[in-house]
Design a protein around this ligand. Structure first.
Ligand SMILES: [Zn+2]
Length: 324
């Protein structure tokens, strides 16, 4: 039996659970608020307490916890166990030796991996990517992250940087992205970008159900609201998902030509919109790929939800020796 604790450092919540890396079963799942504004020292202390709680809840069973894997939302050096920069967390976490700090206070090997690479690993081992020898994962949420598996291996590249799929360009002269470049996929197809298209259509007074559905409080417009409007037959809402799906499909086409995947997994909060998002991605791949057997590329919705990252971090910790 191989038991590893998987932990997810999110902007809102810290989550951890005990993972059986043979079966993908997650137990003793605990969640506490991150309280990122208290700074990284305080967050690490809370994380230590959370992991200790999972360990003590699972104590006295007939196994030993072999290690801890943590999914971290940002730029890392996984081999050295260093967090280099977390752009979306308060105080930025610049050059924090996370594995060393946690490893010495917990007295157990600790590994880190980018959060979306962890999701990719989780979906590949136990979810929608299971059985595919090569796959691409897009996580479409507040931003767009990704991960790539080639020939049964999660591809890491330099410092684990493979998979920044949201920052591949779909229009060289497009709007500026949060990363500084222009025309990135994320600037068009992330959750906030989709919501912004809905908001714009309501402000412009176009004929759409989207406004009525939120009593014209435009702050309440989300991709899910737009998806509901589309399911009720709203033309504007349908056009928004057609457009977004096409652009993700263009990015998926470019990446497919580099990777040769059998499967493309779409996860993240926006993937709950299902075929409304997936169908235009599928159509675009079929229309735009000519030099590989495109009919064999499946585009599927992620299956594991919030647990994908916990599972993937645990698997990552199991297959790698800890940096410190
Ligand atoms: Zn970008």
């Amino acid at each position: 039996m191989s038991m590893v604790i998987g932990c997810d450092l999110g902007g809102t919540n810290l989550r951890a659970g005990l993972v059986d890396t043979n079966t993908g079963e997650v137990s003793h799942l605990l969640s506490i608020p991150t309280l990122a504004r208290e700074g990284h020292d305080a967050v690490i202390e809370r994380m230590t307490g959370l992991i200790r709680d999972v360990m003590s809840q699972s104590a006295n069973k007939k196994f030993e916890v072999e290690g801890v894997g943590i999914g971290v939302p940002g730029v890392l050096n996984p081999a050295e166990g260093m967090v280099l920069f977390l752009p979306n967390l308060y105080d930025g976490w610049k050059n924090v030796p996370l594995c060393k700090i946690l490893g010495s206070s917990l007295d157990i090997p600790v590994n880190i991996i980018n959060d979306v690479r962890a999701i990719t690993m989780g979906e590949w081992k136990f979810g929608a990517g299971k059985g595919a020898s090569s796959m691409i994962c897009f996580a479409v949420g507040t931003g767009i992250g990704g991960g790539v598996v080639v020939n049964n291996q999660l591809v890491m590249g330099f410092n684990g940087t493979v998979g920044e799929l949201g920052h591949t360009m779909v229009d060289p002269d497009g709007p500026q992205c949060g990363c500084g470049n222009h025309g990135c996929l994320e600037a068009y197809a992330s959750g906030p970008a989709i919501a912004a298209m809905g908001i714009k259509s309501v402000i412009q007074g176009r004929t759409t159900l989207i406004g009525e559905m939120v009593d014209f409080d435009i702050n309440k417009i989300t991709p899910q609201i737009i998806a509901e409007a589309a399911q009720k037959g709203d033309q504007i809402a349908k056009e928004i998902f057609e457009h977004v799906g096409k652009l993700i499909g263009i990015a998926a086409t470019n990446i497919s030509l580099a990777v040769g995947p059998e499967r493309i997994v779409i996860g993240g909060g926006v993937s709950s919109c299902g075929d409304l998002l997936l169908d235009p991605i599928r159509r675009t791949l079929q229309e735009r790929i000519f030099v590989m057997p495109k009919e064999r590329i499946q585009v599927v919705q992620a299956q594991l939800g919030d647990n994908a990252g916990i599972l993937g971090s645990a698997v990552w910790a199991e297959i790698n020796s800890a940096p410190c």
